[in-house]
Every structure is written in structure tokens, then in C-alpha cells.
Ligand binder design. Structure first.
Ligand SMILES: *Cc1c(COP(=O)(O)O)cnc(C)c1O
Length: 462
């Protein structure tokens, strides 16, 4: 590796400028500026290179989004071709265009059940805002304007706009910009390893699902618009619910006529080995939000797919749905997403996540680091995984300090981009990762865990 401490590099110039002018999302700007941001210069396949030419395996696919991997010429060509023909036109006032129409049809073709009509936005957060407005509008059209409440979970992530952050269950986001949106209620998360207190996975899944029924009865069934959840919680630390959880949630939603919303922003587009997480966990949502993997992150685009029940209601009544974004269904982003879907399908990427690379990653993780003294538990399916870092495996004692960040930094030093979510380390690599690249990723993680252990084992005796 080149010596970056003495040689002036283009990276240093960028870092200085960045420190002076750029406010980073979800970052402690002061700490970041003292240290200097890592400048990412280029990427190919599952690898990124920084400005000092250090190669890293991108174990996070950017931010859980570059499902097809970096450097795909087909996506670049789709964007360029569309921008030459029609770089922008809106879809507000009686107009449409080919890429958005084709993309809507393609999404209808891959989403399960009757999720055949699609509303477009530009980010996961905007998709979530759209969901909230749509379900409330739906109930008003149905003559039940009092059905306004939303039920979500602790430690859920639904984006960072005011509505997304309000719906999410991240206390540190609420505290910085309260008051949050009213009308949101919360139940516990299905985090078996961290919260089950001796129950079996099956029992705990049912218990946490039944909190939904208790909450519905508490606030009054006729006041509830919808329940929303990520099939697997992503930013919450990759929390894979017990098998019993989602079918029970679906049963309760149907019983009380509460709309069921799947936030598939991370799980969608093959992450769990099927197009959508609800297929892996065997439930049928009334509405499904998607973003990230929809375009593999090459351009910003998101969507909300809606079932007949809601779509028919919206279209039967006259009058506008007073909602939309200037760039809803942006032609270049739509063309890229369409090509991304074609590649995922034609190259059998999702099948290999289901039958080859997904099971391989899961078994390598369990084999290579399952017995590591820092590793309390590994959960995951397909190409998403989370591991709990613990001070003591037997008693499931967690560290008080920020061991996640220590481990995350050791991953970077070992050539792997991973992410820390509290005391959990998460992985979500591009779906095109090969077995050899999975081996390299897991080996680098093992090195990082060893070094983290050396650094914190002093702490754990204190
Ligand atoms: C990332 C994410 C969002 C927000 O998406 P943005 O594009 O960052 O606004 C919403 N829901 C889930 C489940 C996410 O992971």
C-alpha cells in the first residue's frame, strides 16, 4: 500500500475542500474533519478504490443499493441514450413518457400478487411519505377519515425526511428534531437474539407480532390506517425476524382491516434471494415501497407499488391525488432502473443469491467467525447479514463502549467496507459477488475481529 502520510495526493486536496465546505449526512462533522474523509475515487464490480489507490471490498454495496455491482456499461448507456432523447419531462399534467411507463410495467411484473400500479419518487424517504399520504387519502375516500394512525416498530428505519424519521424507531433521530409527526404508534421489534429472554424463536416471533394486535385494540381498530415494517430491518442492524412473525402480522392486519405496508427499500431487488423480502417471508402487502436496489444506486429513483384495493379506490373517485415530485419517474433514472431489472433477471443474479452465493456467504460467516469470542450471533439470509458483537458469549453481555465503530474501522483497515449499527456489524455486498470474493470478504472480517478483540479485551476486563 502506498504511504499516504508523507506523499501529497489529490485525496488531500479533496479532503481539505470537503472539510471546509461539505456538511455530511449522519456524521459528526467535527470528528470527521479532524480525521479527514475517505475520498472514494472509482469502483468496479464489488471493489472501490480510494484516492490513494487503496482497494476495498464494498461489503455494503454503497448504502445497500449497488445490487448489480459497479461499472455496468449497460446502465451507463441507458442513461446516456435517454438523456440524448429526452433528458427530462414531468408526469404531472396529462403527460407520460416511454421509460416511466415501461418501468411501471416491469415493476408490476416482478412484484407479488396484485401490486400492479406504481407511483414514482426519488428516494426511499419520499416513497415513505407517499405511502403515508396514500393510505390516509385511501381511508378518507373510503368514508373513514378517522383511520389515520400508523403503527411501526422500535428500531425501524424508514428514511430521514420528517415523515420517514417520525415513522422510524430511531430515538437519536427523533431527539434532534422533535416534535415529530403525530399519529404514529410503535411496537417492539422482532429481535430474537437481543430481546427474547429465553423464548424460542417461534414463540418470540408470535409474541412480538401479537403486540400489533394489542396496540390496535389499545388505540381502537377503527383509528388505524396501516402497519409498516421492513421484512428484515436493515439500518437497525439486520434483524431477521423469526419465521412465525410475518404470517401472524398479516393475519392480524387482515382481521382488523389494517393496511399492510412492506418497506422493501433494502430487501427489494434480490437481497434475500427473491425479488422482494415479502416473498422470502411469505406475506402479501397491500403497498410496497422500493428504492436503493431499484436502480442499483446509479441514479436516484424510488417507487410505491399499490394493490388493487387501494389503486381502484384512488382511480374510481374523481379528483386529484395532491401529491408528487418534480422528478417523479425521471426519464433517465427510469431508463436505468429498467435496464437494471433486465440485467438482474437475464443474468440470473437473484437465482444465484438464492441457491449459490447467498447460502455460501451465510455458511462461510458461520464457519469462519461463528465461534469468534466477539461474535455472539450471526443472522442473515441471501446476501444480507448482521452479527452481534458481545463481551461475553455465554451470558450474552454486550459492550458498554462503542465496539461497533472500533470494529468498523478495523474492517476498513483490513480492506473491507462494513457498517456498524450500534453493537452489530452488518454486511450487504453487491449481489454479483463471487464465491472467491465472499472468501476474501469473510477473511478480512476475521482479521478485523481479531484486531478488535485485541483492542477491546483490555476493556472487557475493566
Ligand atoms: C434507506 C431506507 C429508506 C430511505 O431511503 P433514502 O433513499 O435514503 O431516502 C427507507 N426505508 C428503508 C427500509 C431504508 O433502508
Amino acid at each position: 500500500m502506498p504511504d499516504t502520510t508523507t506523499t501529497p495526493t489529490p485525496g488531500n486536496a479533496i479532503r481539505d475542500m470537503d472539510a471546509r465546505h461539505h456538511l455530511h449526512p449522519f456524521s459528526d462533522t467535527r470528528a470527521l474533519n479532524q480525521r479527514g474523509a475517505r475520498v472514494i475515487a472509482r469502483a468496479e464490480g464489488v471493489y472501490v478504490w480510494d484516492a490513494d489507490d487503496n482497494q476495498l471490498i464494498d461489503g455494503m454495496a454503497g448504502l445497500w443499493c449497488v445490487n448489480i455491482g459497479y461499472g455496468r456499461q449497460e446502465l451507463i448507456d441507458a442513461a446516456v441514450g435517454q438523456m440524448q432523447t429526452l433528458p427530462y419531462y414531468n408526469t404531472f399534467f396529462q403527460s407520460t413518457h416511454a421509460p416511466v411507463t415501461r418501468l411501471a410495467k416491469a415493476i408490476a411484473g416482478i412484484t407479488p400478487g396484485d401490486l400492479d400500479r406504481v407511483f414514482f419518487a426519488n428516494s426511499g424517504s419520499e416513497a415513505i411519505d407517499t405511502v403515508i399520504r396514500m393510505v390516509r387519502h385511501y381511508w378518507t375516500l373510503k368514508g373513514k377519515p378517522y383511520r389515520k394512525l400508523l403503527i411501526a416498530r422500535e428500531n425501524a428505519y424508514h428514511g430521514s425526511t420528517l415523515a420517514g424519521a417520525s415513522l422510524g424507531g430511531m430515538g437519536h433521530m427523533h431527539r434532534q428534531c422533535d416534535p415529530m409527526l403525530p399519529g404514529i404508534h410503535r411496537i417492539g421489534q422482532p429481535y430474537w437474539y437481543g430481546e427474547a429472554d429465553g423464548l424460542s424463536e417461534e414463540e418470540f416471533g408470535l409474541q412480538r407480532a401479537r403486540e400489533l394486535e394489542e396496540k390496535i385494540l389499545e388505540v381502537g381498530p377503527d383509528n388505524v390506517a396501516a402497519f409498516i415494517g421492513e421484512p428484515i430491518q436493515g439500518a437497525g442492524g439486520v434483524i431477521v425476524p423469526p419465521r412465525t412473525y410475518w404470517p401472524e402480522i398479516q393475519r392480524i392486519c387482515r382481521k382488523y382491516d389494517v393496511l399492510l405496508v412492506a418497506d422493501e427499500v433494502i430487501c427489494g431487488f434480490g437481497r434475500t434471494g427473491q425479488w422482494f423480502g415479502c416473498q422470502t417471508f411469505d406475506f402479501q402487502p397491500d403497498i410496497l415501497s422500493m428504492a436503493k436496489g431499484l436502480s442499483s444506486g446509479y441514479l436516484p429513483i424510488s417507487a410505491v407499488a399499490v394493490g388493487d384495493r387501494i389503486a381502484d379506490t384512488l382511480t374510481e373517485h374523481c379528483g386529484d391525488f395532491n401529491h408528487g415530485f418534480t422528478y417523479s419517474g425521471h426519464p433517465a433514472a427510469a431508463a436505468v432502473a429498467l435496464e437494471n431489472i433486465r440485467l438482474l433477471r437475464d443474468e440470473g443474479v437473484i437465482e444465484s443469491v438464492a441457491t449459490d452465493t447467498g447460502p455460501y456467504l451465510q455458511s462461510r460467516l458461520r464457519g469462519v467467525i461463528g465461534e469468534h469470542p466477539l461474535c455472539g450471533h450471526i443472522e442473515g439470509i441471501g446476501l444480507i447479514a448482521g452479527l452481534a458483537l458481545v463481551k461475553d458469549r455465554q451470558s450474552r453481555t454486550f459492550f458498554d463502549g462503542d465496539v461497533g465503530t472500533v470494529c468498523r474501522d478495523e474492517c476498513t483497515a483490513a480492506g473491507l467496507i462494513a457498517r456498524a449499527c450500534g453493537n452489530r456489524i452488518v454486511l450487504s455486498p453487491p449481489l454479483v459477488i463471487s464465491r472467491e470474493e465472499i472468501d476474501a470478504m469473510v477473511d478480512r472480517l476475521r482479521i478485523a475481529l481479531d484486531r478488535t478483540y485485541a483492542r477491546v479485551s483490555g476493556l472487557s476486563d475493566a
